[in-house]
Ligand binder design. Structure first.
Ligand code: ARG
Length: 289
């Protein structure tokens, strides 16, 4: 007869210890950066008069990110960019997809407003989703909403409105925790918090108000936190599948902290996208069925 619980099977029991991470296959949507450039400034990283985006390099870096996901066994769908929408490459802002329900985005900047309908059209055409919702105020999709198993974390202060947090809670039937962003360089929640697992995050405390820091400490007392220098590498804009964490190659100290906790960092080079204030997570929209 097989041993009952593994108590006598030796090393196999380590799989139940905390720190052993389990990957879950993901479905991502990415937007090809054919029309990516920096022609306006809507966050402090963007300088239309600065060093221009190297379009070929941006394409190679984007392909590197896509291929990294595929090598990890994830599904990556691709939406083509639209001429005149240089920021459409930041797919995370295109919508919020949780439990097979799609909440369409509504952008603050006039320059980005047409991206919402473009993503919705693609998502509708897949036939994968039947439940579509929208908000009456600004909501920049997964850039400002992070899905954990039992709650959504939501950012406000620069883009997504607090009212949209309530509308998202109503639409998904999932509690929404509102967090106040205070540093303009970390204008979207996904530049300040990295979701590592269903109940595990990393964050940059400097991006949040005192009250929101207290909320984060209360909910995630053991979270990895990063300092200002590490945050500036876009470390918090990482993408985890529960075990492998796709991180900017510059985020060396964050990668070490991840390894210490049993995660497997996968470094990617995305320098061209940083010129627009984006990293791996910004280029990625997760489609959760
Ligand atoms: N240039 C874009 C903007 O400022 C970058 C968006 C980054 N996306 C993100 N999910 N953080 O809107």
């Amino acid at each position: 007869p097989a041993p009952a619980s593994g108590a006598t099977t030796g090393p196999a029991t380590v799989t139940t210890l905390p720190g052993v991470r389990v990957a879950r296959p993901r479905h991502y949507l990415m937007c090809r950066p054919t029309h990516f450039e920096v022609t306006y400034a809507i966050n402090p990283w963007m300088d239309p008069t600065g060093e221009p985006v190297d379009t070929d390099l941006a394409m190679r870096q984007w392909e590197g990110l896509r291929d990294a996901y595929r090598a990890l066994g994830h599904t990556v769908d691709v939406i083509e960019g639209v001429p005149g929408l240089p920021d459409m490459v930041f797919a995370a802002n295109g919508a919020l997809v949780v439990d097979g329900k799609v909440l369409g985005a509504s952008f603050l900047a006039a320059e980005r407003q047409p991206e919402g309908p473009a993503y919705l059209e693609w998502l509708r055409a897949t036939g994968m989703f039947s439940d579509f919702g929208s908000t009456s105020t600004v909501n920049e999709g997964e850039g400002d909403f992070l899905d954990l198993d039992t709650v959504l974390l939501a950012g406000t202060g620069f883009r997504t409105s607090r009212m949209a947090h309530g509308e998202a809670q109503e639409f998904f039937g999932k509690p929404v925790i509102s967090l106040q962003l205070v540093d303009p360089s970390y204008y979207h929640l996904d530049t300040a918090i990295a979701v590592l697992g269903d109940h595990d995050i990393a964050y940059y405390p400097g991006a949040f108000s005192p009250g929101s820091n207290a909320v984060l400490r209360r909910m995630f007392p053991d979270a990895i936190t990063v300092d200002a220098d590490e945050a500036a590498t876009f470390a918090m804009n990482s993408v985890s599948d529960g075990k492998h964490v796709v991180v900017p190659v510059e985020s060396v100290r964050f990668a070490a902290a991840l390894r210490e906790r049993g995660y497997d960092p996968v470094p990617v080079e995305l320098s061209e996208f940083k010129k627009s204030g984006g990293g791996p997570k910004c280029c990625t929209l997760e489609l959760r069925s």
